[in-house]
Every structure is written in structure tokens, then in C-alpha cells.
Ligand binder design. Structure first.
Ligand code: AMP
Ligand code: GLY
Length: 426
């Protein structure tokens, strides 16, 4: 089968790496991909939101399955576009239609959905430019810190957490009246602050059945000890020690199952990943957010723990017979450390030569913001998040040690990484 993967990060490299191991995979294309996906498949210079260009390409290359990495093509309706097109409707798409993707595409939709189906989440209210004064009054009823969320997708930047009431009111005005996050902050969700420890839980679902993937913990802040600005993610570990059987049973009963039931009751078909961003508050799970895709950098520690032929699982998923698949999971710990460019998540330089990639052992390298300089036969940095180095261990500590000893072998000017992944779990 020919497969097209959409996206260009470490997550997409992990997907390409995994799917390439299937005996059923013929050609794997990645649009637009990166220097790492080019080692596993063929990069195609098409923007994942250019549906017409994708259509031409999949017809020409006889692609039978499209695996969507990032959320924007899903929110924009790529899955519906394929289903509704005479020439494309037999092509399997891993990823929900735009209605299902609203779980991620609209915080207001997601919060309303959770409230309706009794799924534990922070108390909230939604405001618009017309109701900004009511929003300010609502803030006065809450205790700090104050959580403000742009309703729409804002590239992971749309959540503000503020300690001070006046600052929260000012930011509410900036979002609603001054379009701080453009169209995304046309509506703002204000919610109660949840105090706890976060984790990411993933399922694959065909709308009826689901497979629980290994859970993971992602380290979002740039600085040691979870300090400084949020990033796309500085690394991940899987499994998460506190996600024990009792906790995961609560996640299934209180969160996963009511979510699937809610989707059915709303007549929203769903084929793909659901990513539950959870907060563990005194051993009880609450949903912070839904995503309609795999996480990045969680994919880089979760996917290598899946022993199955993932293409076979996707095959069952997209034929609505996921109940025929069972996941086999590697019991070991996986740790994935992200190497980033100095300055990220702010301004950073690119084009730095990456050295030491030949000195690694006992790890997997997933490439993100990288490009290949063909003329000089060199790998160069081309983004903020550059490489994810994943390693296994029988304990979390050992997995981290294995990852870090390889991280030290790699060099590029301005290389930065967090040296404390897992600090909160040991
Ligand atoms: P989100 O984009 O919804 O994942 O939010 C970004 C980050 O803000 C999350 O990963 C949490 O660390 C934090 N966050 C979001 N909502 C809350 C909340 N209600 N209470 C505490 N922290 C939150
Ligand atoms: N790691 C968080 C995300 O993918 O959104």
C-alpha cells in the first residue's frame, strides 16, 4: 500500500519510521516532511492544507492511505474533503472529519461537550467581544491564577495563565477586543485553575471501539524545573509511573468512554487519534484539553513502544473494525529528549551543521526541524525543535540515561535541551 503522511515534525518522522516497518507498506510519502523523513520515505513539497494539490498527488501516486499528523488539516476538513470527492472517497484517512476535530478546534465546543456528557474538567464560562464586561465580572468571582483560553487554534500559544486579576482583565480585553490571537480569540474560555500534574493519554478509535495507547508525559516549558515560556514540547517519557491501574480505570470510565458515547450521541463519526490532555488532581483525572491527533513530542516515546504492525492497525481502524486489533506494548520505559535551537521558543538561528549523528548507539533519532545540505552532504538545523533522541530502559532513570548519553554526542551551534526530564516522576 502507498501511504501519504502529512506534517513535518518529529511525530511524522516517528509515524513514517513505524509504518515503514510494515511488510504491507510500499511507498511512503511525507508532505512536506523533513530531513529525517527523507531517510525513511519520499518527501513531497506540498502544504498539508492545500487539498487540491494533495488530491492531484494521491491520484497520480496511487496512494491508498493518508495519515494526518497535525491538527490544522483536520480542522480544515481534509477528511471530509476526501470522503466527499468521487475520486478520493475510497482512500483511507487516519484522522477525524472537521466536526470531530472541533474537539481541538474550538475550546468552547470541547468544554460544552464535556459539560453535557459529565466529563470531569475545570469549571468555565465563555465570553465574546459583546460580553467582555461579564467576563471581567466572572474573573472577579475566581481565585488566582486565572486561566484564559482563545477558543480557536493558536499554534499552542492561545492559553494565558495569570496571577493578577488586573492583568487577567487586560488580557481578556486584548484577546476579545484587540484580536490578540486573531480570529482564534473571537471567543475566550475562562476557566478554573487546576492544581496537579499533567499527563497525555491517547486512543485510536473508529467511533465504536478504541485501543488505548501507552500514556506519556510531555515537558512543555523551556526551562529546568518547568520554568519559562511554553514550547511545542521539550521531550517526553512513557509510561507515566503515577498512571497506575486504578488511575487509568478512572480515565477509561470517566473520560474515554463518555467521550466516545458523546460523539455517537452527537452523530459525529470519528476515525483517528484522540489525545486527552489530563491533569491528575489528587488521583482524579480532569480533561485540560482534547486534541484530534497524536502529540508531539509524545509520539516519539509512545510509537516506539508499540510492537504491532501499525499499518495493520490503521487498516482495521479505517475499515471500522478496530475491534480486530489488540495492541502489544513494550514494557520498557522510553524517554525522548528534544534538542532545540538556542533562543527557541523565541527567535533562533537556523542553518547550523549537526555533527555527531554517526556516534550514536542504543537510541532512535527522530528528526524535526532539519534539512539536508545535499551539496556538502550535511544535516543542518532548520527549525526551533531540531531532533528528538529516544532511548529505552528497564527503569525511567535508565531510559533517560541512555537518551542523555546520546544527546551529548550530538553537536550544533546553539544546541539546547532540558537536562531534567522526568524530574517530577522519580
Ligand atoms: P492547552 O493549550 O489547553 O494544553 O493549555 C496549555 C497549558 O496550560 C496546559 O498544558 C496546562 O499546563 C496549562 N493549563 C491549561 N488549562 C489549565 C487549567 N485549567 N488549570 C491549570 N493549568 C492549565
Ligand atoms: N505535546 C503537546 C501537543 O502535541 O499538543
Amino acid at each position: 500500500m502507498n501511504i501519504l503522511i502529512l506534517g513535518s515534525g518529529g511525530r511524522e518522522h516517528a509515524l513514517a519510521w513505524k509504518l515503514a516497518q510494515s511488510p504491507e507498506a510500499k511507498q511512503i510519502f511525507i508532505a512536506p516532511g523533513n530531513a529525517g523523513t527523507a531517510l525513511t520515505g519520499t518527501n513531497v513539497p506540498i502544504n498539508p492544507t492545500d487539498f487540491e494539490a494533495l488530491k492531484t498527488f494521491v491520484i497520480e501516486k496511487e496512494v491508498e492511505m493518508v495519515v494526518v499528523g497535525p491538527e490544522i488539516p483536520l480542522i480544515n476538513g481534509i477528511s471530509d474533503f476526501f470522503k466527499q470527492d468521487k475520486l478520493l472517497h475510497d482512500i483511507r484517512v487516519v484522522g477525524p472529519g472537521s466536526k470531530g476535530a472541533q474537539l481541538e478546534g474550538s475550546k468552547d465546543f470541547a468544554k460544552h461537550f464535556m459539560k453535557k456528557y459529565g466529563i470531569p474538567t475545570a469549571a468555565y464560562a465563555t465570553f465574546t467581544a459583546e460580553t467582555v464586561k461579564e467576563g471581567e465580572k466572572f474573573l472577579e468571582t475566581l481565585h488566582p491564577p486565572y486561566v484564559l483560553k482563545a477558543d480557536g487554534p493558536a499554534a499552542g500559544k492561545g492559553v494565558l495563565i495569570l496571577d493578577n486579576l488586573d492583568a487577567a482583565k487586560t488580557e481578556l480585553q486584548n484577546m476579545l477586543l484587540k484580536a490578540k490571537f486573531g480570529k482564534a480569540s473571537g471567543k475566550v474560555v475562562i476557566e478554573e485553575y487546576l492544581n496537579g500534574i499533567e499527563l497525555s493519554v491517547f486512543i485510536l478509535t473508529d467511533g465504536k471501539d478504541y485501543l488505548l495507547l501507552p500514556e506519556a508525559k510531555d515537558y512543555k516549558r523551556i526551562g529546568m524545573g518547568d520554568t519559562g515560556p511554553n514550547t511545542g514540547g521539550m521531550g517526553s517519557v512513557s509510561p507515566v509511573p503515577f498512571a497506575n491501574e486504578i488511575f487509568m480505570q478512572k480515565v477509561k470510565e470517566q473520560i474515554i468512554e463518555p467521550t466516545l458515547q458523546g460523539l455517537q450521541e452527537e452523530n459525529i463519526p470519528y476515525t483517528g487519534f484522540i489525545f486527552f490532555g489530563l491533569m491528575n488532581v489528587n488521583d482524579n483525572p480532569y480533561v485540560i484539553e482534547y486534541n484530534c491527533r497524536m502529540g508531539d513530542p509524545e509520539a516519539e516515546s509512545v510509537i516506539p513502544r508499540i510492537k504491532n504492525d501499525l499499518l495493520e492497525v490503521f487498516d482495521n481502524l479505517t475499515q471500522g473494525k478496530l475491534s480486530e486489533s489488540n495492541l502489544e506494548i513494550d514494557e520498557r520505559y522510553a524517554a525522548s529528549v528534544m534538542l532545540v535551537s538556542e533562543g527557541y521558543p523565541g527567535k533562533y538561528q537556523t542553518g547550523k551543521v549537526i555533527k555527531g549523528l554517526d556516534n550514536l548507539n542504543n537510541c532512535i533519532v527522530y528528526y524535526a526541524g532539519t534539512s539536508r545540505d545535499v551539496e556538502h552532504d550535511q544535516m543542518k538545523t532548520s527549525g526551533g525543535r531540531v531532533l528528538a533522541i529516544t532511548a529505552f530502559g528497564d527503569t525511567l532513570k535508565e531510559a533517560l540515561q541512555n537518551a542523555y548519553s546520546n544527546v551529548e554526542q550530538i553537536n550544533f551551534e546553539g544546541k539546547y535541551y532540558r537536562q531534567d526530564l522526568g524530574f517530577d516522576l522519580q
